[in-house]
Design a protein around this ligand. Structure first.
Ligand code: PHE
Ligand code: ZN
Length: 883
């Protein structure tokens, strides 16, 4: 545990490191409980820092065995060593060699940071501050060094020994049953990108020729026997490597690129230089075990980690406040990769759904923070939707503002200017300003100001003057620690659509230009007058979601129907239907709360029917249109007095109405899309399956017993996990005999496959019925469940708290108590996963009064627990803070 946990770290206090590290030579002798780490560090005073500074190294739970300076043991009075810090108060003020020996116990490491064991495999996780759990080091990203790593282990336990860079030597340790490997990484890197793996692993191998003709060996390491499941990941890797060359001119730089899949991992994956370590969920896939969504995640995450090689590794972050420098940019890059590989509009819709579901919700609650925070207590709590997804939106807005060419020029300059360095957001944005001559000073507020801007648009048309006026106003509400906000730069892509469905040329009366159809709102309120507009058009606003804002406009239901049918921007066709559905649902929730009858919307049903029947419409798009706003979406739209039971009721009613009214068309689509060909995970096939399965789900929602029989049949006859899981998920919503049969069968079929058993846990945790909490509690005692494995925790507890709004939010508070108990039980083992689970309380203040009081009581119970980790304490205290 670190001792400075109560001192927040502030961006304003940044100081360059006093000492630099030129080279690191590690010698790691793996042992299950006593791994010996010898580090030889060539250190020197930083010429641009304080003179005569002490040499202070970070540690976390370390045991020091020995220490030498320039070859001589240090006397006991010339240094101090605690588990958390090693300090030499009066070091020689010149380059010197520091040799440190520490002992660590990977088997006892349940936090899964530093050196730990995933099953029998030794592996490391160093981001953000895990390297200090392996050896004493200036563990901050602006200290970049060249690493050479020797690993030694029992040949029988760990025949495979890997680290960053290129393999330079390997062999047996004479006279023992041990062997060794030496890896050298020629690129300077921060300690958080260090990695080491040792174990009995199988692998698949391939090769890639870079655009300049260099040959790169590609290897994916998996548990022996699972090699055949790594083929899709390898294919994704090669496509990502090619795409980065074509889209950004970025080439890979080492002779080998390795990915290791491990079964116990706190996050999705990690971009360690040349040696990515992955949660095996994002590597392993076969048609029988992985869904289309799993394949899509694998594709995106393999690409994401690969793209970090340039955005994160070659150019890294100066300090952890700059986390979005690598994460926001790399998410933007992986989103663009997916858009180019699959359907761009469908990808944008999916990304905006995620942004709203997670980031908008975070931004509206007590955990809101700027994309670049200016203070933190625990950096691990800042790997958030805001840093990642909103960070990506900011990069997307840069591209929208500067155009594709200006954006590429800025990126090229960034790679040229900052390669090999630890950079800041100012450095990054400065490259775009310098490359294009555009002033981005006000734009920087996107990094500083938390909260989702609200933009109100009023359109009016003057037939006589043949003008159309858009009056725009922006507003940003206070967020924790930021009561006063300044206006943002908001790029709004728009169109004015004539009654015949065509876009009208945008000509501004005052001669200002509307480049690429983007209005830039930078004042609190601005008016744009368009000339030569003879008949009243319909405004299509924030096309492709060009700005991450909440938009309201004086669009009538007729306008929305017109947009749904005619907008040349597919995103806004989808948005128009979502707006209609969302309005209906929130109206009905309010009606239910007031004891009034719900209304229906025949126009919406008809519009969805039209899309369903139109063979020109991409099936994946139709599926997105038919997926009505989720319970969490409706809660977010309501914003206050949230009653999850009323939301559930309103949503069930709409789904039943769709199932009933569109029954014939849904059955027709189901038949048409059940093509029975061999499974392929490609986007078009996945889109057909998603539409087919949503058709099945809506048919079941209408209460049809034929649909239940159809789902049961699909469950049995499915030749892939997508169809099988979709069928049992539909069944799981209804108290029918077929449900338990399918759930039991699912377990029997897949009990030897942990990643599929995760789906089995999640499926049951999401059942929206009062018996579920008890069932979830029972499942925590199932032999396949373990608090030690993050994927199991997320699949059972995470699914219950996130996918089951009515049962997590039971009015009696039992769901909240369960989460609090779980967090308290987990915190001592794995504080990072515990604090992640705790964020399920992030919207507690928006709940109606009874639930709000219950949630607050549980938050306070956790806050009062003795010995909380800094991770959970930080989340709980921020959640409870009065704003
Ligand atoms: N940096 C990882 C990514 O690519 C995420 C991560 C953070 C993984 C911290 C482990 C620990 O997004
Ligand atoms: Zn990342």
């Amino acid at each position: 545990m670190r001792t400075d946990q109560d001192q927040p770290v502030r961006l304003a206090d940044y100081q360059p490191p006093d000492w630099l590290v030129e080279t690191v030579e590690l010698d790691v002798s793996l042992h299950p409980t006593a791994t010996r780490v010898r580090a030889r560090l060539k250190v020197r005073p930083n010429p641009s820092a304080r003179a005569a500074a002490p040499l202070t190294l970070d540690g976390d739970g370390l045991t020091l065995k020995s220490i030498k300076l320039d070859g001589r043991p240090l006397s006991a009075d010339s240094f101090t060593a605690t588990p958390d810090k090693l300090s030499i108060p009066q070091p020689p003020q010149r380059a010197c060699l520091l040799e440190i020996e520490t002992l660590v116990d990977p088997t006892a490491n349940t936090q899964l940071t530093g050196l730990y064991r995933a099953g029998a495999t030794y592996c490391t996780q160093c981001e953000a501050e895990g390297f200090r759990r392996i050896t004493y080091f200036p563990d901050r990203p602006d200290v970049m060094a060249i690493y050479t790593t020797r690993i030694e282990a029992e040949k029988a336990d760990a025949p495979v020994l890997l680290s960053n860079g290129n393999l330079v030597a390997s062999g047996d340790v004479a006279g023992t049953t041990r062997h060794f490997a030496v890896w050298h990484d020629p690129f300077p890197k921060p300690s958080y990108l260090f990695a080491l793996v040792g174990g009995a692993l199988g692998h698949v191998e391939d090769a890639f020729v870079t655009m300049s003709g260099r040959n790169v060996a590609l290897r994916i390491y998996v548990e022996p026997g699972k090699e055949s499941r790594a083929g899709f990941a390898m294919d994704a890797l090669k496509r990502a490597m090619r795409w980065d060359e074509q889209a950004f001119g970025r080439e890979y730089d080492l002779d080998i690129f390795m990915i290791v899949a491990v079964s116990a991992f706190n996050m999705g994956a990690m971009e360690n230089k040349g040696l990515n370590v992955f949660n095996d969920k994002y590597v392993l896939a076969t048609p029988d075990t992985a869904t289309d969504a799993d394949y899509a995640s694998i594709d995106a995450i393999i690409a994401h980690e690969y793209f970090h090689n340039w955005t994160g590794n070659r150019i890294t972050c100066r300090d952890w406040f700059q986390l979005c420098l690598k994460e926001g940019l790399t998410v933007f890059r992986d989103q663009e990769y997916t858009a180019d590989q699959r359907s761009r509009p469908v990808k944008r819709i999916a990304d905006v759904r995620v942004l709203r579901a997670h980031q908008f919700v975070e931004d509206a609650g007590p955990l809101a923070h700027p994309v670049r925070p200016d203070t933190y207590r625990e950096i691990n709590n800042f790997y958030t939707p805001t840093v990642y997804e909103k960070g990506a939106e900011i990069v997307r807005m840069l591209k929208t503002l500067l155009g594709a060419q200006g954006f590429r020029k800025g990126m090229d300059l960034y790679f040229k200017r900052h390669d090999g360095h630890a950079a800041t957001i100012e450095d990054f944005v400065g490259c775009f300003a310098d490359a294009t001559g555009i002033d981005l000073t006000q734009f920087m507020r996107w990094y500083r100001q938390a909260g989702t801007p609200e933009v109100a648009v009023t359109m009016s048309h003057d037939a006589k003057a043949r003008t159309c006026t858009l009056a725009l106003a922006q507003m940003l509400r206070p967020t924790p620690g930021q009561s006063v906000k300044e206006p943002m730069v908001i790029p709004l892509a728009i169109g004015l659509i004539a009654p015949d469905g065509h876009d009208i040329p945008l000509t501004l009366a005052d001669g200002r230009a509307v480049e690429r159809g983007v209005l830039v709102l930078s004042d609190p309120a601005e008016t744009f007058v368009f000339t030569n507009v003879g008949t009243r058009p319909v405004a299509s606003l924030n096309r492709a979601f060009s700005a991450p804002v909440k938009l309201t406009a004086n669009l009538t239901p007729d306008d929305l129907h017109f947009l749904a049918a005619h907008d040349s921007d597919p995103f806004n066709r989808w948005q128009a239907l979502q707006t209609l559905a969302s309005t209906l649902l929130t109206d009905n929730v309010k009606a239910l709360r007031a004891g009034n009858p719900m209304r229906t919307d025949g126009g919406l049903v008809a519009a969805l029917g039209t899309i369903l029947a139109d063979p020109q419409v991409e099936p994946a798009f139709a599926a997105q249109a038919l997926a009505v706003p989720s319970e969490a979406d409706i809660a977010r739209e309501l914003g206050r007095d949230v009653d999850p039971d009323a939301i559930f009721t309103a949503r069930v009613a709409l789904r039943a109405e769709l199932g009933n009214a569109l029954g014939a068309a849904l059955r027709d689509a189901y038949r048409r899309l059940s093509d029975g060909g061999t499974y392929s995970p490609d986007a078009a096939s996945a889109g057909r399956r998603s539409l087919k399965n949503i058709a099945l789900d809506l048919l079941a929602a209408s209460g049809s017993s034929a649909a239940i029989a159809l789902a049961a049949r699909q469950y049995q006859s499915a030749d892939n996990m997508t169809d099988r899981l979709a069928a049992v998920s539909t069944l799981s919503l209804y108290p029918v005999r077929e449900r338990q049969a399918a759930i039991d069968d699912f377990y029997r079929r897949y009990q030897s496959d942990p990643l599929v058993i995760d789906k089995w846990f999640a499926l049951q945790a999401a059942i929206p019925e009062p018996a579920t909490l008890e069932r979830v509690q029972e499942l925590t005692r199932h032999p396949a469940f373990s608090l030690g494995n993050p994927n199991r925790v997320r699949s059972l507890v995470g699914a219950f708290t996130q996918m089951n709004q009515t049962q997590f939010n039971r009015p009696d508070g039992a769901g909240y108590a369960f989460l609090a108990d779980t967090v308290l039980a987990l915190d001592g083992k794995n504080p990072q996963v515990a604090s992640r689970m705790m964020t399920a309380f992030r919207s507690w203040r928006a709940l109606e009064a009874v639930r709000r009081a219950r949630a607050e009581a549980e938050l306070k119970r956790v806050a009062a627990a003795p010995s909380l980790s800094p991770d959970v304490r930080d989340i709980v205290e921020r959640s409870l803070a009065e704003t």
